[in-house]
Design a protein around this ligand. Structure first.
Ligand code: BTN
Length: 244
């Protein structure tokens, strides 16, 4: 079925190399359309959360989505979480089991990180532009890398054979566009059961990074505002994507 894109991916830019697709869209937003997608075969300064570096050698999928003129950043949190869901839904042919969303929005396969998402914003005058950057280990070899904070894996390493990048990107953009439209139409809560089934380490103690520090929490469920309800030091706490 052909999906007619409403917002995300009506314009898609594919380039061989960039420092960072997030940086490109944030710094040059005037040159791009609302909903534009920018994808690079490799990045020379891929950005991770907390000013970390994101390894971006050829073979992985590195792309960002630009959402212009957003009124406030927190209203975008549900869509950031839905972006992780879009990734999960489209990698399930590579890994049928053990796929999970680890707070705040990493995708894991059997306790190894396969995808990271970084949302960043820039406010100029009254308008705030938001960029959601998605990095997926696809055909790059990563599981033996020793300098990573978390054990990692690529789709190729899971599946035992290469995955075609462009069809994967295409399906992801279609899914992101559909989820984005649903979110605008107030349908986010309809996705909570699926998100909650995918929640990593539900009911188990796990270390997560939040606002730059590592915390030990027990995830319970996602909320209507895309916050994470969890237990921390025997108290219920809500974590949110507060530091974009
Ligand atoms: C993380 O887990 O720390 C987030 C990693 C996000 C990486 C992606 S790759 C495409 C986009 N461009 C960047 O520079 N970063 C994001």
């Amino acid at each position: 079925m052909i999906h007619h894109r409403q917002t995300i991916g009506t314009h898609v830019y594919l380039v061989d190399e960039l420092d960072s697709t997030n940086k490109e869209l944030l710094e040059n937003a005037d040159n791009y359309e609302h909903g534009a997608v920018c994808c690079a075969k490799k990045q020379t300064a891929g950005r991770g959360r907390y000013q970390r570096n994101w390894r971006s050698q050829e073979g992985g999928l590195y792309f960002s989505v630009l959402l212009k003129n957003q009124k406030d950043i927190s209203s975008i949190y549900p869509f950031v979480l839905l972006s992780a869901l879009a990734v999960v839904r489209n990698i399930q042919s590579c890994a049928t089991q053990g796929v999970a969303i680890k707070w705040p929005n990493d995708v894991y396969i059997n306790h190894r990180k396969v995808c990271g998402i970084l949302a960043e914003s820039a406010t100029i005058g009254k308008s705030t532009n938001i960029v959601i950057g998605i990095g997926i280990n696809v055909n790059n070899s990563i599981s033996n890398a020793s300098d990573l904070r978390h054990p990692a894996v690529s789709l190729k390493e899971c599946r035992g054979e290469e995955v075609d990048l462009i069809p994967l990107l295409d399906r992801l953009i279609d899914e992101l566009d559909k989820l984005h439209t649903d979110k605008l139409e107030g349908k986010f809560s309809g996705y909570l059961p699926e998100l909650n089934r995918l929640l990593y380490a539900k009911g188990q103690e796990v270390e997560v990074s939040s606002a730059g520090e590592t915390r030990t929490i027990t995830p319970l469920s996602f909320t209507e505002e895309a916050k994470l309800l969890c237990m921390e030091n025997e108290k219920e706490t809500l974590l949110f994507l507060g530091e974009m």
